[in-house]
Design a protein around this ligand. Sequence first.
Ligand code: NI
Length: 180
Amino acid sequence: MAILKVARMGHPVLREKCKPIDPAKITGPEVQRLIRDMLETMIEYNGVGLAAPQVYTPVQLVIAGGEESDDGRPKLRVLINPEIEVLDDEYTLGMFEGCLSVPGLRGYVERPAHIRIKAHDEKGEPVDMELEGFPAIVMQHECDHLEGVLYVDRITDPTKLGFEDEVQRFLDLADDGEED
Ligand code: NI
């Protein structure tokens, strides 16, 4: 296992359209090693999610958290070649997002709050599920990375972008305690 370097905003790898992974290769050593290394990297840097292009590998693989298992521990989902469908255009959720590729900053983004995702999991099994609320936000943030999109692109009010401390002190008045 290895902790990988995380690409920062400005590096072109973050703006690439990522290639799909051949489902037959998901259980192969290369993809499995990438998954293990991404998990270790994400945990090391306290991320709620991580997308493969953030570790200089522009393929369609994301890890997304924001959910809890029944025992209260964080639940992480590994999704490959994900396709997102918005289930309700009117139902949105806004929050100050962060990103390991945009260190130190937070910006307010509003996104659909109820989505359906089709993908493959880390064993190559098909996944078809719905997510609602914070986990849906995390998943969309991570899947944006696969299209070369960063959360800063989705900020509609530029006064709602700031450094973490200042956002916490002056902007995030709702203070829902969530980070991603
Ligand atoms: Ni990110």
